[in-house]
Design a protein around this ligand. Structure first.
Ligand code: UDP
Length: 236
């Protein structure tokens, strides 16, 4: 196993699958299956999931809502996705814990770093909900923050695209994929990996990022076993 402890970042939109809104149960099942495979190998898995399939702060602002109010609604949206994923994982026979950055004791533990680390050591998959608990941030930043706090070896950003390209491969057929790339090259080439707050936090703490396609069955396991999947961002 190449990575012993990972933080997996999934976007909220990915959960929509072919739907226009909300959560596609087939996507949940597919993700739960892949996560189970790596947990069974003994890999310690922490997860942060976005909320864009349900609500985004900027959506609220566009309809005249206060930004902070909208952001808290976005954070609650991530809790809904986290609970959905937790349910799917438990159905697949995986032990899980949900910890949230905003207290909601009936449904989740509050985020406590030492406790989260203990769960991981015991082989439980830990899901971190409600982002950072602060408005004006994103779940990418929450993912990097929790990865550093829990000393994950790497942050895995699951997307629809199988890595970082010279241009958007869905728009430009000549776009080429990077196998590895440095943080500096990402800045120089103005590539979009994560939002800047998340990206610089990752760089400052030497946390490698792998962008990969989570929608292809078995990819997560391949990655954990050291196969060349996706694009790796490091200090080089
Ligand atoms: N959000 C926030 N603080 C955080 C994380 C999330 O305010 O630490 C809010 C923000 O409004 C964001 C929404 O939650 O638009 C959903 O999160 P995100 O957009 O990161 O989810 P994704 O786009 O990955 O689905």
């Amino acid at each position: 196993m190449k990575y012993k402890r990972i933080l997996l970042k999934l976007s909220g939109e990915a959960l929509m699958g072919d739907l226009q809104y909300g959560i596609d149960p087939n996507m949940l099942k597919q993700y739960a299956q892949q996560i189970r495979e790596v947990a069974e190998l003994g890999c310690e898995v922490a997860i942060v999931i976005g909320g864009g399939n349900i609500f985004r702060g900027v959506q609220g602002v566009a309809s005249g809502m206060d930004r902070v109010q909208g952001d808290y609604m976005g954070m609650l949206a991530t809790v809904i996705n986290s609970m959905a994923l937790q349910g799917a994982l438990e159905d697949a026979g995986v032990n899980t814990r949900l910890q949230t950055a905003i207290r909601m004791e009936q449904i989740a533990e509050p985020f406590i770093k030492r406790r989260a680390t203990r769960h991981l050591e015991k082989g439980r998959v830990v899901i971190f909900g409600a982002g950072t608990g602060n408005p004006y941030f994103t779940t990418d930043t929450a993912a990097v923050l929790r990865a550093i706090e829990t000393q994950a070896d790497v942050i895995l950003k699951g997307t629809r695209v199988d890595g970082i390209y010279t241009a958007d491969p869905e728009k430009d057929p000549t776009a080429e994929k990077f196998e590895t790339i440095s943080y500096q090259e990402v800045y120089d080439k103005n590539l979009k990996v994560m939002d800047m707050t998340a990206f610089t936090l990752s760089e400052e703490n030497n946390l490698p990022i792998i962008v990969f396609d989570m929608n292809t069955d078995g990819n997560l396991k391949k990655l954990i076993l050291g196969d060349n999947v996706g694009t790796l961002v490091t200090n080089k």
